[in-house]
Design a protein around this ligand. Structure first.
Ligand code: LMR
Length: 333
């Protein structure tokens, strides 16, 4: 039995523990979240949701500053900035982890690996997804979640109905060797380029075409400088939300657990809007009437599949044959 003094002291301590996680005079912790896409995209909205929830759940002890549209850093620089601690949180596309030395993420770039969000979920929510995030730790990075974007369309200024239509076209790609092999398999000339430079490169003819989920194509106005696009859904583009590990682990555990909660909820949100955001973007581009969108016929699709699926085998050395097998098993193929 506690005596009266012990009880009062304990109650006081409990009340303190329940109060704001940091004393009122402590400066808030700033989390800089940098990304390369527009605010009005699945990733942009997810980042904004994380900001709102993180600030709410920590009672303002954490302030999240979101920097969209490559305002702070472009693709390659943002990863370096994260490792140096100049920014704390990013959500790079899964195609961009190769330069960091974790090229296994390029698994997601294999053409015709997944036929929709349900299949994707089997990878991201399963063992493969967990294992891939774990690989980041050795690089001083912690992987918190997967955020969806969508399935890609191919665009250019000439129609792209069959693989022959790609012959000699300069196609912008993200920094992924699998995407490089994919474009080469189509007879195109792949060109790695930062996302922030793509619109101008298309406009000036530095490259002829590119691939994107509709949300990226629309919000970067690429449809204004691409006359044709095929709704090929040949590949997926999505993200891993990552943080500087030392920064994250150095946070007060009570604060971190509120941030984990904010991340879980913003992940649910981002992944619940991605499909619809892409549908809305596609509809808006169709309405704008600058790009002609082509639905592949069954024969055309068969020709794309025939040319592109050998990329799995050809690039198995880069990703790991076992990892590909594991992914196939998860997908039931
Ligand atoms: C791209 O570079 O095309 C994408 O990775 C951009 C993004 O973050 O969605």
């Amino acid at each position: 039995m506690l005596n009266r003094r012990q009880f009062t002291r304990l109650a006081g301590t409990a009340a303190l523990a329940l109060a704001a996680p940091v004393p009122a005079f402590a400066a808030p912790t700033i989390i800089k979240f940098s990304h390369v896409v527009a605010p009005d995209t699945p990733k942009g909205k997810g980042a904004q949701k994380f900001k709102e929830l993180a600030e709410k759940y920590t009672n303002g002890a954490v302030i999240v500053e979101v920097y969209p549209n490559s305002q702070l850093y472009k693709d390659k620089e943002e990863l370096e900035a994260l490792q140096l601690g100049a920014v704390h949180m990013l959500a790079p596309s899964l195609a961009k982890f190769g330069p960091l030395g974790v090229q296994e993420f390029e698994l997601f770039d294999l053409p015709y690996l997944m036929d929709g969000y349900d299949a994707l979920r089997k990878i991201t929510d399963g063992e493969v997804g967990k294992m891939l995030l774990g690989k980041l730790e050795a690089k001083g990075i912690k992987g918190l979640a997967y955020w969806d974007n969508g399935f890609k369309v191919m665009s250019a200024n000439s129609p792209l109905h069959t693989p022959d239509d790609f012959l000699g076209l300069k196609m912008r790609i993200q920094s992924s060797k699998i995407l490089e092999a994919q474009m080469q398999a189509l007879g195109a000339v792949p060109q790695v380029m930062a996302f922030s430079e793509v619109y101008q490169a298309l406009q000036t003819g530095v490259v002829d075409g590119t691939e994107n989920p509709p949300s990226n194509m629309y919000t970067q106005k690429m449809h204004e400088v691409q006359k044709h696009a095929s709704l090929s859904n040949h590949g997926y583009l999505g993200y891993a939300v990552i943080v500087n590990k030392a920064f994250w682990e150095g946070l007060d555990p009570a604060i971190r657990s509120q941030l984990d909660k904010a991340m879980t909820e913003s992940t649910e949100y981002a992944n619940s809007i991605a499909k619809e955001e892409n549908e809305k973007s596609l509809a808006a581009m169709k309405a704008a009437g600058k790009t002609e969108f082509h639905e592949l016929t069954a024969d055309e699709k068969a020709a794309w599949v025939a040319v592109l699926t050998p990329v799995h085998e050809k690039m198995s050395g880069r990703i790991g044959a076992d990892l590909i097998k594991q992914a196939y098993a998860a997908l039931g193929r």
